[in-house]
Design a protein around this ligand. Structure first.
Ligand code: ANZ
Ligand code: ZN
Length: 808
């Protein structure tokens, strides 16, 4: 064999590993420290494993293997996030049942993962669409329901007319359906909601307990959107402001079209007849139209801030001024009470709203230095108060304190915290999801399905097309929908909505711990042993909500005594994206995708794994390079050849030995920091030195061990077949480097013969200082040897650490 043949070597070891069950995690192992490594589990799409999957899984696989060698009891499990629209859509198109489609797809993924030598503990595989799994997703829902954290309400929801599905906020991208791109509409529909807002504060505060990248924490905080401010009574309207220092500049109060007062105002007008009916009609029309628009259209996408005057006034509590009340759709109904005090001089939105002579622009804060033209633009920074009665001259922060105190004392206001976070719309009107385990009874109302009757299985039917009415397709399945009420035994109907895709992925890290448990979602003892997840690795896209939702569920499960700790994931890291060779995003339509199967076929899985990790720092966006890939292929081949040819049972030259130990040190510390690429670079550098020297078999073994997590097949082949060691290299302890050797610095000494340079040698610093040692090494130098052959040496001049001159 001139070249190493992965197509023969790789399947051979894969089979052996599988048989030997090398990668199982051991519950309750007390001798070793546990290490729970989690990667985001894939959606088993029909396209199979893509390069992005191969990338994440390989990153974690290297860590998992190395941690095992370091003596940890490693749990690195895998499963399938299998519910969701693509499968349902594919099933609708082909007529194959989604469960069948899922089975086929997961089989293919599993196959591909095994080909990549991803060392999972397959005994712990989970599948969110398996009734034995979603039984517990339903169980968690029931607990939420019983704790009043799940409720039904009419809510304005996004609606995709093409997919005929309710869209959650996060599924509407710039006003369009995330999946099909159709323009999203709005409509009111009765939906299940989860009261995540009850956990808003803890979801922010507990970020201090976890090790996430700052950007990830910021995204969590941002989504939750916590603001500290004051709720102030302007007569019967309560407004929320974060800038109470601007209260003397208020020239209107604007309430959201959904504000309860709007209906009241309309009624009052009709009764009192103070306003003529066309004016009243104008208000009614405005309110109706606003309700049709999405929040985005009303706020960020709106060209200008619109509104109508209600004809009524309220009082500004600080100066008893009459303030006109307007209705404006830029005010969000669900935030801060749905009413704002308008300060056109100091807020961009208010400035825009008050422009065109609608409202007076009254400056009440001026910059500390310089002047400002309030007619041209709002001054939104803090500054010094003016036109503010007794508070004139105060700095904004002091004024906020003083005015708040005053309002609180007079009972006209109170400190509050507002959150942007809303309750989570938790129902979908689709077939391929977890049925919500509730029964509607005319007499008893909403009755939870008794726990003994879980799971509520999806009926296995052929017709699961979404209905055009917006109802779930399950509503059409009569013999499934119609049930006896668990409480009164009367005729009742099942809830026909299903859960969103997020549900199953909210808690899968728990089910891995005890995937076959029939009595509980997982045994508490096992959960206590393994949690928290030590490292959670995933992509940077679409993770904000997944993290938020699963943190929420974990906190709830902690509250009801199911799981320990406040947070599920102790640390989180996010990998970057691999771009196509042309620097663009890989996409089927561009035709620039790289298929991992083809790479494996040509170069083997080891080369693919190695290259994915070698491309650059894992958290960066990096373009694929065929040349880089080939470089890794050549590297592995050189390792293969060197292990066969440059290993001898003789003392390894000191400089090579030093280099080896330095490499072990570098790879060890780099892996601790997930610097995969520099670890690989260090190994590449090492084999350059190895090419010009021989390693003792014992030292060659050390190198094979540190290569093992990266190139598991080749390492096993070298370990067992070339070095003749016992299966398996993956059960060896991670090598320790010799500290003395690592610290040993090498120096270069120039060798001269009669003052002319004839060569140079590299020696450990200690030896380079000492004539005897250095001279011995220098005489061995082939070129120098030639000049000294048969000559009589008259004198040796030695300059420690620099020169040896043989005078002949
Ligand atoms: C007066 C004011 C003056 C404001 C000023 C700001 C600057 P954050 O920081 O995002 O929490 N606001 C309050 N409720 C609102 C609602 N339901 N819809 C739209 N806007 C609302 O923003 C808080 C500020 O947003 C509040 O402070 C209020 O405007 C506005 F120079 O009050 B401010
Ligand atoms: Zn009943």
């Amino acid at each position: 064999m001139k070249y190493y043949h992965p197509s023969e070597v790789e399947p051979k070891w894969q089979k052996k590993w599988e048989k030997a069950k090398l990668f199982q995690a051991v519950d309750f192992d007390k001798k070793r420290k546990k290490q729970y490594l989690l990667v985001e589990f894939p959606y088993p799409s029909g396209e199979g494993l893509h390069l992005g999957h191969a990338f994440t899984f390989s990153l974690m696989d290297v860590l998992a293997r190395q941690k095992r060698m370091l003596g940890f009891n490693v749990l690195y499990p895998m499963g399938w996030d299998a519910f969701g629209l693509p499968t349902e859509n594919y099933a609708l198109k082909t007529g194959i049942h989604p469960a069948e489609v899922t089975k086929k797809n997961t089989a293919r993924f599993r196959e591909q993962m095994k080909k990549m030598a991803l060392a999972y503990d397959w005994e712990r595989e989970v599948n969110t669409s398996d009734p034995q799994y979603y039984k517990w997703t339903q169980w968690i829902f029931l607990q939420l329901f019983k704790h009043n954290l799940a409720y039904k309400a009419e809510v304005p929801v996004g609606w995709c007319p093409a997919c005929r599905i309710v869209l959650a906020n996060e599924e509407i991208i710039d006003g369009h359906c995330e999946r099909c791109g159709a323009e999203a509409e709005r409509k009111e529909q009765s939906q299940w909601l989860l009261r995540i807002t009850k956990y808003a504060e803890r979801l922010v505060d507990d970020l201090d307990l976890v090790d996430y990248p700052e950007s990830v924490k910021a995204a969590q905080r941002n989504w939750i959107g916590r603001s500290e401010g004051v709720a102030i009574k302007f007569g019967e309207i309560e407004v929320f402001t974060t800038r109470v220092d601007t209260i003397f500049g208020v020239t209107a109060v604007v309430i959201a079209p959904e504000h309860p007062l709007v209906g009241e105002i309309l009624k009052r007008h009709l009764r009192g007849g103070r306003m003529d009916s066309s004016e009243v009609e104008k208000i009614r029309k405005y309110v109706e139209q606003a309700k049709k628009k999405s929040e985005l259209e009303r706020t960020e996408l709106a060209k200008e801030k619109t509104g109508v005057f209600t004809g009524l006034y309220c009082l500004n509590p600080v100066n008893n001024e009459k303030v006109p009340i307007w209705v404006g759709d830029y005010v969000v109904a669900t935030y801060g009470g749905g009413a704002v005090m308008v300060v056109p001089a100091h807020d961009y939105r208010d400035y825009d709203f008050g422009r065109r002579g609608r409202l007076e622009i009254r400056p009440v804060v001026k910059p500390q230095k310089g002047s400002w033209d309030f007619e041209k633009e709002a001054y939104v920074e803090e500054g010094i108060l003016i036109n503010s009665g007794p508070f004139n001259g105060l700095k904004s922060q002091e004024a906020i304190k003083k005015i708040t105190e005053w309002l609180v004392k007079k009972k006209l206001g109170q400190k509050t915290v507002a959150y942007k976070l809303r309750d989570w719309v938790f129902s979908r009107q689709h077939y391929w999801g977890e049925p919500i385990p509730i029964i509607h009874c005319a007499k008893c109302g909403m009755v939870p399905v008794p726990e003994k009757d879980l799971p509520v299985e999806l009926p296995y039917v052929q017709k699961y097309k979404p209905t055009t009415t917006g109802e779930s397709p399950l509503a059409n399945i009569k013999n499934w929908v119609e049930v006896a009420c668990p409480e009164c035994g009367g005729a009742a109907r099942r809830e026909t909505d299903t859960m969103p895709n997020w549900a199953g992925s909210n808690w899968y890290y728990l089910r891995y711990l005890d995937p076959k448990n029939k009595k509980e979602l997982a045994s508490r003892k096992k959960i206590d042993y393994w949690l928290p997840v030590d490292l959670y690795l995933g992509g940077a896209e679409h993770t904000t909500l997944h993290l938020l939702y699963s943190r929420f569920w974990h906190k709830f499960l902690n509250d009801i005594g199911v799981a320990p700790g406040k947070e599920p994931y102790y640390s989180r890291r996010q990998h970057g994206m691999i771009l196509a060779e042309d620097g663009e995003k890989m996409s089927k339509s561009r035709g620039n995708t790289i298929n991992p199967d083809e790479i494996i076929k040509k170069f083997g899985a080891d080369t693919l794994r190695l290259y994915l990790l070698f491309m650059g720092p894992y958290e960066q966006t990096m373009p694929w390079s065929a040349r880089g890939l080939e470089g890794c292929w050549r590297f592995l081949n050189r390792v293969w050849r060197l292990t066969k040819e440059n290993v001898k049972k003789q003392k390894t030259p000191t400089d090579l030995l030093i280099k080896l130990h330095q490499t072990i040190k570098k790879v060890s510390s780099d892996l601790e920091e997930m610097k995969f690429n520099t670890a690989i670079a260090a190994m590449m550098e090492f084999i350059n030195d190895w090419t010009s020297g021989f390693l003792h078999p014992q030292e060659a073994e050390l190198f094979v061990k540190i290569l093992a997590p990266f190139a598991p097949h080749l390492a096993e082949e070298l370990w067992c077949e070339v070095l003749g060691q016992k299966f398996s290299v993956h059960q060896q302890p991670w090598p320790k480097y010799d500290d003395k050797l690592v610290k040993e610095e090498m120096m270069t000494i120039i060798i001269q013969v009669n003052g002319k340079m004839r060569g140079e040698i590299k020696v450990p610093s200690a030896k380079g200082q000492e004539q005897g040692e250095a001279e011995k090494i220098a005489r061995q130098e082939p070129n120098v040897k030639k000049y000294l052959e048969g000559k009589k040496i008259k004198k040796v001049i030695f300059v420690p650490g620099r020169i040896i001159n043989f005078v002949i």
